[in-house]
Write a new protein. Structure first.
Length: 480
């Protein structure tokens, strides 16, 4: 347990987790650009609506046991295998529900073709049951290198199949095939690169112990997932599949960047913080370092992406996707605060306070429902803008419990992120102004990216930002 919390373990884990997410998502991003030119916004809208139901179902299948496996002080093969069989049984049950409810979903969205899409795409629940346990094993052992290899290979294989199917004129089924292949390939490669295998072992008392911790996380995760996807469900129903496709495509760019770093923080910080759960001062130190470093990396990317969004979409996706630009810019604002939210919530989990975690989710979703009710009659763009405002409000809610639990005040948090926020804002303004004079296309976009990166580094040096010096020190240490 102590080894999971060392600086070397954390930095090594973050490196491989970022490489994993960056590699696989980078590959998937390139593939999605190709697919976007082969497919229509309507086809993307259909798959994104169906994916919402599958994503919610996956939360139920994985039912909080993965986090319980990571947080638990002592774990053996009986724990891993027991969770695997519980997840598998849940996958069978939930798949049956989705199979029989598929016609109802299709009727609700007035699109009969969704019936078969739901039934086929829901098959990803079965490999997902295994991946949950495999990820927990990787997190406890800090074997993120193997996970990196598996996800990159899965991304390449699934992307190739998706492009082939789209080129063959299979439309939405190209996206279905890509998803299925990714989950299957990831599960198979993980069985090769990590030593865990399910055994014929099952302990009801172990499951009960983990469930007492995990059920609160399940409820919190289910509430969060349902609410996070609620806007997509509403957009798909009130407007149409095309608007849903445009909204999802605009959200994809900032989401790709933030989830890369965010999931790395989530995967690595939970075992690292859990190893120090009896030393709150050390947890606070690690939490503040995580927040400072993550916002220093994420905020300039969100500011630059929003500033260069028009040129980026025109260059990569083409004229037919230009309507997604304002959705992209609003999503940048919403996702900018996500890494520090994750860090605050992981600190709660590491301290064993899943009860507080659940209460936070209920409170945040109550706020979100009020905002949704106020904005549901607005246009699609205003509807999403209200959502971004709600995400910002929830940042304060996520940080509030750690004031009492760890002594980390909200005002301290905002002092920690203010330097990166100010410098990122200045850089974003420059990138936007540069976009008004540079030619549209690859050269103009490259100029904006290069200028933005150079300005951010110069401002970091000029204002002597502490996070810049910290990362520079790590880089120099690794280069020795």
């Amino acid at each position: 347990m102590e080894e999971r919390g060392t600086k070397e373990q954390v930095l090594g884990g973050l490196f491989w987790k970022v490489m994993e997410n960056g590699g696989s998502q980078g590959i998937q991003f390139v593939i999605s650009i190709i697919l976007a030119r082969l497919l229509s916004p309507d086809e993307y809208g259909i798959i994104n609506i169906v994916l919402i139901f599958v994503t919610i179902a996956n939360v139920i299948v994985q039912n909080g046991f993965g986090t319980a496996l990571v947080q638990k002080q002592q774990v053996d093969e009986r724990d891993y295998s027991s969770v695997f069989y519980v997840n598998l049984a849940a996958a069978v049950s939930i798949y049956g529900v989705l199979f029989f409810c598929a016609p109802l979903i299709a009727a609700f969205y007035d699109n009969p073709s969704m019936t078969q899409v739901v039934r086929v795409l829901s098959l990803v629940l079965f490999p997902g049951a295994a991946i949950c346990v495999q990820n927990a094993f990787v997190a406890r052992q800090m074997r993120f290198k193997g996970l990196c290899i598996a996800t990159v290979l899965a991304a390449v294989a699934s992307g190739g199949i998706g492009i082939f199917m789209a080129s063959a004129g299979l439309g939405v089924w190209a996206l279905v095939g890509q998803q299925l292949c990714y989950y299957l390939a990831l599960t198979l490669v993980l069985f090769v690169v990590i030593p865990w295998r399910p055994r014929i072992l099952f302990a009801v008392e172990r499951v009960g112990t983990m469930f007492r911790f995990g059920w609160k996380l399940l409820c919190a995760s289910l509430i969060d997932t349902v609410f996070m996807n609620l806007y997509g469900l509403v957009v798909g129903k009130i407007y149409d599949e095309r608007t849903m496709g445009i909204y999802s495509r605009g959200e994809q760019f900032p989401k790709l960047i933030v989830t890369n770093l965010g999931t790395a923080i989530q995967a690595v910080m939970l075992p690292a913080l859990s190893a120090h759960q009896t030393h709150p001062d050390e947890v606070v130190r690690m939490l503040r370092r995580s927040i400072k470093t993550s916002v220093y990396l994420v905020l300039p990317m969100m500011a630059g992406l929003a500033a260069a969004g028009d040129n980026l979409v025109w260059t990569l996706l083409g004229e037919k996707w230009m309507a997604c630009v304002p959705f992209l810019q609003i999503s940048c604002l919403a996702y900018a605060v996500w890494p520090m939210d994750i860090a605050n919530l992981q600190a709660l989990n590491a301290m064993g306070r899943s009860d507080v975690f659940l209460k936070l989710e209920i409170l945040k979703k109550a706020v979100g429902v009020v905002i949704l009710a106020l904005s549901i009659r607005c246009g699609a763009l205003a509807f999403i803008a209200w959502k971004a405002m709600g995400d910002f409000v929830c940042t304060f809610i996520n940080a509030w419990p750690n004031q009492k639990l760890l002594g980390y005040q909200v005002r301290q948090l905002w002092r920690d992120i203010l330097p990166a926020l100010a410098v990122s804002g200045l850089m974003g303004v420059l990138v936007y102004l540069l976009g008004t004079v540079l030619p549209r296309g690859v050269l103009g976009l490259a100029g904006q990216v290069a200028a933005g990166g150079a300005v951010y580094l110069l401002l970091s040096v000029g204002f002597k930002l502490e996070s810049f010096r910290y990362l520079l020190g790590i880089f120099r240490e690794k280069m020795r």
